[in-house]
Design a protein around this ligand. Structure first.
Ligand code: 3UK
Length: 512
């Protein structure tokens, strides 16, 4: 039955069809090697959709996408959604053990993998496992190019999904323990563009979008796919690692107007000797993932004469829900709730906090995930009625402006991504020289958070500098590499409670 609350709606159809109607020959995406118009994209989405049925991928099956940013990404992501299949976008930089976990947890029917990442999956997928491997030019895999190009049949009509059906998943690492499959509905995708991108960033089809954050992040997915497609603009996809050189090069070559990054990248761009003339085409830039220190905002404005809008988003809310606006910026603050979203601060007594009181942030809005996969306990803690808990501490001033005051849990955001101190501690402890380790957040010279380790060694070291390098390499081999400690202190004991829990707050040397 179709009711107001239960409308037939397919997010992939909505995003592509508006452009076929208005702008079919406009370039939709440009990557390192190629470009594609909206009309070509439309055809490939339908062909790929149809091909998935030929290899027995059916409605509500889950398919993991572990791909670098390139033109095939929007084709497969939207092609799966078109077919009523559920894509799961996962980080391309994870160690193999995390892929094993996600494949098992999601019970995915297939994995689509960039050819250069295939080695990370080889050992995971045994012959007796019936999971389908899809990639380019690999003899053990179904060929992705064939699925996109070689089918004479189109799935002309999208699957009749409802707006509240699950459209795709992202994995969130927003607490200790295993990553959580975060289920997003069809209606959420376009809601982020309508509420945030159109009203806060004033996006138009004249914008050229470039996101240094990759498509597998909720942040990148909005920036580089949903937002440009919502207005018929062009998006630049880069498979390389974002460095000051690669990023400034793309901005210059493609005359990018809207740039999205994380604070660490803004700091790196400002610290590099790159000429401001490469950024002439920019009209606005955006920062999220962790708080943007006021000082970086000022330096960027001085460097380029354009603003960088800080806003807080999350995997659970899909995109930014509290933001500064072009006309109202308070450097160092996150700003006010985005149109369509409500925020509230809940104090330790469970009551709504007053102005100028630090309390825990909860948010309500049209792009909240429905739940975590298979984790009823965690789901009910995070998704309470219509309010979603963020795990952040915030303060609101009398003007209604929200300022970040740190995480309410032990997690830290480093280069815009979650790091759990426990996983870094466990990685350190698995080194033969380490007896015990505690990891805490520390601030670098740009006022950005990075991990610091306090380590009790088994033996007195001969050469501490070499040992630090060895520990760093050891952590980098076990975890996503950016999680390594930037500082080490070798100590004889760690502060602990009577019950033996490490008191990390006593090791922190800065105040929020
Ligand atoms: C922190 C911020 C202060 C905060 C994200 C934009 O970062 C994103 O999603 P994640 O799930 O992390 C969410 C958590 O990160 N955070 C994010 N932005 C800010 N803290 N100031 C900020 N501007 O702890 C939040 O709970 O990785 C960002 C869009 C979509 C996203 N998913």
């Amino acid at each position: 039955m179709i009711t107001e609350k239960n409308k037939i709606y397919n997010a992939a159809y909505d995003l592509i069809y508006r452009n076929i109607r208005d702008n079919p020959n406009k370039i939709a995406f440009i990557d390192n090697n190629d470009k594609i118009t909206y009309n070509e994209l439309y055809i490939k989405i339908k062909v790929f959709s149809s091909s998935t049925r030929n290899i027995n991928i059916n409605v509500n099956d889950r398919v993991i996408i572990c791909m670098d940013d390139n033109i095939n990404y929007p084709i497969v992501f939207l092609g799966l959604i078109w077919a009523g299949v559920i894509p799961i976008c996962i980080n391309t930089l994870l160690p193999s053990k995390d892929y094993k976990y996600m494949i098992e947890d999601s019970e995915a029917k297939a994995v689509i993998i960039s050819d250069q990442l295939i080695d990370k999956f080889n050992s995971l997928i045994q012959k007796d496992n019936d999971i389908l491997l899809i990639s380019n030019g690999n003899e053990n895999c179904i060929d992705l190019n064939d699925l996109i190009n070689q089918n004479k049949h189109y799935m002309e009509k999208p699957m009749d999904t409802n707006d509240s059906d699950t459209a795709f998943w992202l994995y969130s690492s927003g607490s200790t323990g295993s990553p959580k499959g975060t289920l997003h509905m069809h209606k959420s995708l376009v809601a982020t563009a309508e509420n945030y991108a159109k009203k806060v960033l004033n996006i138009t089809n004249n914008d050229i979008f470039f996101s240094a954050a990759k498509l597998f992040f909720a942040y990148g997915l909005g920036n580089a796919l949903t937002f440009p497609m919502s207005v018929g603009a062009t998006s630049i996809l880069m498979s390389d690692r974002p460095t000051p050189e690669s990023v400034s090069n793309i901005i210059k070559i493609h005359s990018v107007t809207l740039f999205f990054g994380v604070p660490t990248l803004y700091a790196a761009l400002l610290n590099s000797k790159i000429s401001s003339s490469l950024f002439k085409s920019l009209r606005l830039s955006v920062s999220a993932g962790e708080a943007l220190p006021a000082n970086l905002y000022e330096r960027w404005y001085k460097f380029l004469g354009i603003k960088v809008l800080d806003g807080i988003g999350s995997t659970e809310m899909l995109h930014i829900f509290i933001s500064n606006t072009i006309d109202n910026i308070k450097p160092g603050a996150s700003g006010k709730p985005v149109n369509g979203y409500e925020a509230r601060l809940i104090n330790d007594d469970g009551k709504v906090a007053s102005d100028n009181e630090i309390a825990e942030l909860e948010v309500k809005g049209p792009s909240s995930a429905s739940s975590y996969w298979n984790k009823p306990q965690k789901s009910s803690v995070t998704f309470k009625d219509e309010w979603t808990k963020t795990g952040d501490k915030y303060i609101r001033d009398v003007n209604g402006i929200y300022t970040y005051c740190g995480r309410a849990d032990d997690m830290m955001k480093v280069s815009g991504q979650y790091v759990s101190p426990f996983e870094v501690e466990a990685a350190l402890q698995s080194h033969e020289e380490v007896l015990e380790a505690a990891v805490v957040a520390n601030r670098d010279s740009n006022n950005l958070i990075k991990p610091k380790a306090f380590v009790i060694l088994k033996n007195k070291p001969n050469d501490t500098e070499n040992l630090k390098i060895a520990l760093t390499n050891h952590v980098k081999n076990q975890l996503t590499p950016f999680k390594y400690p930037r500082w080490y202190e070798f100590v004889n004991e760690l502060p602990k409670t009577a019950t033996g829990k490490i008191q990390r707050y006593k090791l922190r040397t800065y105040n929020d």
